[in-house]
Design a protein around this ligand. Structure first.
Ligand SMILES: Cc1cc2nc3c(=O)[nH]c(=O)nc-3n(C[C@H](O)[C@H](O)[C@H](O)COP(=O)(O)OP(=O)(O)OC[C@H]3O[C@@H](n4cnc5c(N)ncnc54)[C@H](O)[C@@H]3O)c2cc1C
Length: 157
């Protein structure tokens, strides 16, 4: 039986390694060490400074619609709240409380929206499925989706 005092090592400090460590820590595990072949503490996950993990990038797209995979959508919505809480925590921090790569004005998640384009007036089946699923499972988010081609209402499917 694993107890919270036992040593845990995680190999790989990408988003999966870090989130594993975070959730173990939140569950009470106290002695977790993450190893990585890259000096991520020094390069601060900067791809222009030698960090080549998939998680290291200058931006990432946050996808919240997953059609017929509602468990992914649920996960995305839960994650969205956490990212926004981290934005708020960063905003309230003093500069010297943050890692060198972050300043209080930085956002980890920017809700800037997304614009999908298609070849013709019909929605791609994937987008139609996403909206239909959202209508059933996340009505408030569905109201934030707009179809520009509709002449009657831009929020209509
Ligand atoms: C070009 C690209 C664009 C993407 N865009 C998006 C996007 O917009 N939105 C999105 O959600 N997802 C995106 N993804 C997917 C997402 O980036 C990955 O699913 C996620 O980052 C994988 O995280 P990871 O922790 O598994 O792997 P990684 O981030 O690759 O982390 C693995 C870590 O393990 C370390 N490592 C490897 N081997 C060893 C070893 N032997 N010893 C010690 N350390 C080791 C590496 O240095 C690395 O830091 C994109 C992926 C790519 C490649």
């Amino acid at each position: 039986m694993i107890s919270p005092e036992q040593k845990i090592i995680i190999v790989g400090a990408g988003v999966f390694g870090l989130s594993t460590a975070l959730w173990l820590a939140r569950d009470g595990y106290q002695d977790i060490t993450i190893f990585d072949r890259c000096a991520v503490d020094k390069n601060q996950y900067d791809p222009s400074n030698g960090c080549d993990g998939a998680s290291a990038d200058i931006n990432k797209i946050f996808r919240a619609t997953y059609g017929r995979k509602p468990h992914y959508q649920k996960l995305a919505m839960e994650a969205r709240n956490m990212w926004l809480a981290w934005n708020e925590a960063i905003r309230k921090s003093k500069p010297d409380e943050l890692p060198p790569c972050l300043a209080p004005g930085d956002k980890l998640l920017d809700i800037c929206g997304v614009h999908h384009l298609a070849d013709g007036p019909e929605l791609l089946p994937r987008y139609a499925s996403d909206l239909e699923s959202m209508e059933r499972t996340a009505k408030d988010f569905r109201k934030q989706q707009f179809r520009k081609a509709s002449s009657t209402t831009c929020s209509d499917l």
